[in-house]
Each structure stands twice: as structure tokens, then as C-alpha cells.
Design a protein. Structure first.
Length: 150
């Protein structure tokens, strides 16, 4: 199973893409997308703490947590597919966590088994959600030797 926890609500501009990749992923795996409301404060410390508390309520000990962070490890698509495939052998549920505009609280980072980065660039969180779902979908097509990945 794949679970994606995202801080912030998706805007209409990206919602159809998110729904499309959710639908595609369900062909391969159980999938759950959880939106955590972002904090309304401008204080980064308070914001991350409030979002941390909401994230902690939706994760469990069975989650193999991978955080998405600029300073995380980068993979190409084939390596990412291999990572998912190998992780699912030993852990029935991979949980990806995308933080809010100030990032993730240190406590959430410490719970992660690894951190992943797609680029040193900063992306809008909503666009990044689409990118993550697309790469998870691509990984499943690679694992199943399908023609989507070229």
C-alpha cells in the first residue's frame, strides 16, 4: 500500500491531475491520499509544530515513512521503482510525507526511514504532489515492465 500525506489543500488547477494519478495507481496498489490542513500562522516554529501534531495523528507504526525534502537523496526513475519494490518486500505500507511551506518538524524527520528529493529546486507544494504521484505511478509501470516509462 502507498499512502501520501500532504500538508495543504489541493487547488482546482491540480486536482484533476491528482485524481487521474490516484485512479491509475489503484490498478497496482491500495492507495490513500491524506490532506492535512496547513497552519494559519506565519511563525515557522509554531506552524511546523501544529502541522506535526496533525501528521502524527494519521501515521502508525506500520508506516515505512519517507519524507520529501530538498536535502534528501535523489534517484532516477528506475532507481525509485527499485526502491519502492524492495521496500514493499519488507514493509507492507510506504508512507510519503510532503510538508507545508516551512517544511517538516524535526520530530517527523526523525520518524522517517529515509528522505527523498526530486531536485534542489523548490516547487509549489501542489505541483510537487502531482510530480510525486506521477513518479509513483511511473515506478509501478517500470516494476510491471509496461511501456509508460521510456
Amino acid at each position: 500500500m502507498i499512502k501520501v500525506i500532504c500538508v495543504g489543500k489541493i487547488k482546482e488547477l491540480f486536482s484533476h491531475l491528482v485524481k487521474e494519478y490516484e485512479k491509475r495507481l489503484l490498478k497496482y496498489t491500495k492507495f490513500e491520499l491524506i490532506e492535512i490542513p496547513d497552519s494559519s500562522t506565519d511563525d515557522p516554529v509554531v506552524c511546523k509544530r501544529q502541522e506535526k501534531e496533525k501528521i502524527l495523528k494519521v501515521i502508525s507504526e506500520k508506516d515505512y515513512i519517507i519524507t520529501l525534502e530538498i536535502e534528501g537523496r535523489m534517484y532516477n526513475s528506475n532507481e525509485f521503482a527499485h526502491l519502492i519494490e524492495q521496500t514493499l518486500i519488507h514493509h507492507p505500507q510506504i508512507t510519503f510525507i510532503i510538508g507545508g511551506s516551512y517544511g517538516l518538524d524535526e520530530e517527523i524527520k526523525k520518524l522517517a526511514k529515509m528522505s527523498l528529493s526530486f531536485s534542489p529546486l523548490t516547487f509549489p507544494h501542489q505541483l510537487f504532489r502531482v510530480l510525486l504521484l506521477e513518479q509513483i505511478y511511473r515506478a509501478y509501470t517500470i516494476m510491471n515492465h509496461e511501456k509508460y516509462h521510456k
